[in-house]
Design a protein around this ligand. Structure first.
Ligand code: SF4
Length: 330
């Protein structure tokens, strides 16, 4: 007897190279979900257009890098369906159909719409596509009728809009086509960048999964520390140091304790402290680098994963769209 597992769906935009913050926040979580759920993970390349429509020159490269990072980090294509959004035209069709019934006020009240426009001033985001991207997101989710969508607290309003659209569709067409997906709340650990701010590609302070060992070591070497610790014999405060935040993630509790004490008494210098954490980071990243190298040597393997994943996802998307068309008399 086969027991059907609950379904989970999540995606990422190919708008840059993945970094340690993405790995510890999202990929580690995805990896764990695979043991319990039927997982669908997709590269949201059409989504990337909502903010990058004017420059698509690296979108294919970033999509490929994203897939390599996922597989290298432990996403298993035998257990999970891995695909690219633009290979499944049903995403665009459902987006169009849902957009016909989405009140504009629902989109205008989306907090990230205004926030992002403020944040990314250098791009013209006063577009129809940017306003409507939560509808595309709803289409991405509802096509696969997942039980859960992994989200951080800040993304809950988007998922709520997806649920509202599912309800609205079911109410208007009097057919329970779309179940309402629930949130699978994900805690994202705070990962600091090399400048002491949150690790983010927009700050240019990231350690990328595709960085080589010398680059990672160099980045950690130049990472900011407690600003009050100017000279070697000055005592430091690990609570104010980005390097210590890395120790909290990568070092054993015993070592964390030791550094906590030795930093406060100036028994350890920052150079040695950074070297210790760099060794742990390199240790953690080495299996991913090895996997990346293998994947880069065999491009057909990656193509096969995406072809098979897109085929599996496409079958489900077609079935859902059939139900949608039936409900809408189209
Ligand atoms: S010794 Fe380590 S924890 Fe203390 S300030 Fe230097 S780098 Fe930070």
């Amino acid at each position: 007897m086969t027991i059907s597992r609950k379904r989970v769906l999540s995606g990422m935009q190919p708008s840059g190279l993945l970094h340690l913050g993405n790995y510890l926040g999202a990929l580690e979580n995805w990896k764990g979900l695979q043991t319990e759920f039927e997982c669908f993970f997709f590269v949201a390349d059409w989504h990337a257009l909502s903010t990058n429509y004017a420059d698509t020159s690296r979108i294919r490269e970033f999509s490929r890098e994203l897939l390599i990072d996922w597989i290298a980090a432990g996403i298993d294509p035998e257990r999970s369906t891995v695909f690219i959004q633009s290979r499944i035209p049903e995403h665009a069709v459902l987006h169009l159909l849902l957009s016909m019934m989405t009140p504009i006020s629902w989109l205008e009240r989306n907090p990230t719409y205004k926030e992002k426009q403020e944040e990314i001033k250098e791009k013209d985001l006063s577009t129809y596509g940017f306003l409507g991207y939560p509808v595309l997101q709803a289409a991405d989710i509802l096509l696969y009728k997942p039980d859960f969508v992994p989200v951080g607290k800040d993304q809950l309003p988007h998922l709520e809009l997806t649920r509202e659209l599912a309800r609205r569709f079911n109410d208007i067409y009097k057919k329970p086509v779309f179940p309402e997906p629930k949130e699978h709340l994900t805690k994202f650990p705070k990962v600091m960048g090399t400048d002491g701010r949150k690790m983010s590609k927009s700050y240019g302070n990231t350690i990328n999964l595709s960085d080589t060992e010398p680059v990672v070591r160099q980045k950690l070497k130049t990472m900011v520390t407690d600003p009050a610790r100017v000279r070697r014999h000055d005592p430091g405060n690990p609570d104010l140091c980005a390097v210590y935040d890395f120790h909290k993630i990568f070092s054993l509790p015993m070592i964390q304790e030791q550094i906590n004490t030795e930093c406060r008494t100036a028994a350890i210098g920052c150079i040695d402290c950074k070297k210790l954490v760099a060794d742990r980071v390199v240790e953690r990243m080495t299996p991913m680098w090895d996997a990346r190298a293998r994947l880069n040597q065999d491009p057909s393997y990656l193509n096969d994963i995406v072809t098979e994943g897109s085929r599996r996802a496409g079958e489900i998307a077609k079935e859902t769209l059939h139900d949608v068309n039936e409900a809408m008399n189209i």
